[in-house]
Design a binder for this molecule. Structure first.
Ligand SMILES: [Zn+2]
Ligand SMILES: [Zn+2]
Length: 134
């Protein structure tokens, strides 16, 4: 838990047990979980964790730069403990979300004077596992 505690304290966030557990979960599980996935994984250990608290914690971690919230499609939000620049591809069959590296510089031609802060690149398709099942 120590690492999670330090990361939270560095950003001026009080390291409650629940916040540390959520941050640790995100850093340990790189499968881009939804709120529901995180909730069902943590609820056994932390019965006092409510869905609202979890959602607020995820928003807090995202705004503090400790997690990414990804809206790849529709209203489904996925969370990512890896905040480095990387792209995501989503399998249309199993719903899996996978990372892929981005080139150092992207061939982006942003409008003149626009100060870009972040770029999100999503790819859709079929993952290797699903492709091998068909
Ligand atoms: Zn798949
Ligand atoms: Zn990712």
């Amino acid at each position: 838990m120590t690492e999670a505690k330090i990361l939270l304290e560095e950003r001026g966030i009080r390291p409650t047990q629940q916040r540390m557990a959520v941050l640790r979960y995100l850093r340990d599980n790189r499968n881009h979980p939804t709120v529901d996935t995180i909730y069902s994984s943590l609820h056994d250990r932390m019965p006092s964790l409510s869905r609202t608290t979890l959602y607020n914690t995820l928003r807090l971690l995202s705004s503090a730069g400790l997690a990414l919230s990804l809206t790849i499609e529709g209203d489904e939000i996925r969370f990512d403990g890896d905040t480095s620049d990387h792209g995501h591809c989503k399998c249309r069959r199993c719903g899996g979300v996978f990372d892929f590296p981005l080139p150092e510089t992207l061939p982006l031609d942003l409008p003149d004077g626009f100060l870009g802060e972040s770029v999100h690149i999503y790819a859709w398709g079929t993952c290797r596992r699903c492709a091998s099942l068909s």
